[in-house]
Design a protein around this ligand. Sequence first.
Ligand code: URA
Length: 434
Amino acid sequence: MRAVDIIIRKRDGEELSREEIEFFIDGYTRGEIPDYQASAWAMAVMLRGMNERETTDLTMAMAHSGEMLDLTGVVPIAVDKHSTGGVGDKTTLVVEPIVAACGLPVGKMSGRGLGFSGGTLDKMESIPGYRTNLSREEFIAQLRKEGLVLTGQSGDLAPADGKLYALRDVTGTVPSIPLIASSIMSKKIAGGAQAIVLDVKIGLGAFMADLGEGRKLAHLMVAIGALSGRKVIALLSDMNQPLGNAVGNALELREALDTLRGNGPEDFREHCLVAASYMLVIGRKAANLESARTMAEAALESSRALASFRRLVQAQGGDVRYVDEPDRLPAAPLIETVTAPRAGYLLGINAREVGETSVELGAGRARKEDSIDHAVGIVIHHKVGDFVEGGEDLFTIHANNAAKLAAAKERLLAAHQWSTEPAPALPLFYDVIG
Ligand code: URA
């Protein structure tokens, strides 16, 4: 078999066999197939597509390119949740403790912020001492003992994806549905997941702006799950406006803690309860969505979910005083609340603009090696559809520098779109697939 023949076959729109896909991924992972051939192949896949069978074979080849975590015998069923990334998406910080408090163990490997979208690990690291680099042994031991882990991805899971993703990033081949689906699913499968709730974000502040494309991605990942013997449910959720109110690491953590204490923004709380309910169903802890919802609400209202979060922080070396007294969390030196310049209905709050502004304030990275400021960010005070009086609080900026604060203010004012006519609220979810 030769790499060039596989590239040619895909270039000409032919279906690749499992052997060809395995040969290509194996050769690429081992450095025998060079980047220039992998680039040509990725572009051929991007332009010609792949069917469900090919995409599943690609997913499994990438999953098997490194270590495969086997959680059988550690937990009755390994459940996972994955968000395709958004702005203000601190869902994991609340959903995982709810699910664990309902008696369903959950071990999760999360990522860092990418572009304008935030990352769970960065949020958790607002707590001094919290470790996000657990070894495989530590991961398994903590999952057994505490039923709850939240750490970074171990270095050797799906290395083919790491290599290919970096190449796609610089060759214009990121927005390919089969390549995205296999990238996400290979990491989940290598991490041992048997049942997965996918939160596919759609909108201005998401990877996918178009509902039709998001639907295709969701269907494909559900199909990969079925063909590889994993149960997958995909929620299609809105990401045109930020989720909840807070954007920025410590601010989001604080909002998650508020929610775990029974408060928090209504949209965020609802989003978490829905995601947790699906996890409880696919994890076979609840017979149906209705009883799952009752369990999830009870875990939140009884503070058992908060107690789970506290246990998680303690188990991973974090200082629990920051959970008990969130006022200890890093705070920015400059805090300014900006009021509405006019009265009207909010027609849009551009999530991408809010996310990018937060990155510019220092909450995210322009380059992988950049350090971040956990304290900075934005709190939005309204949702799309709200009527706001002129002079009412619109948003609060948490900054570490006056020039950045001034720039953020202009950008955020422009990110709010107004109407004199009543504007419809945005849905939380568009569909559920699987
Ligand atoms: N997230 C991933 O993990 N992979 C992609 O290709 C896109 C988003």
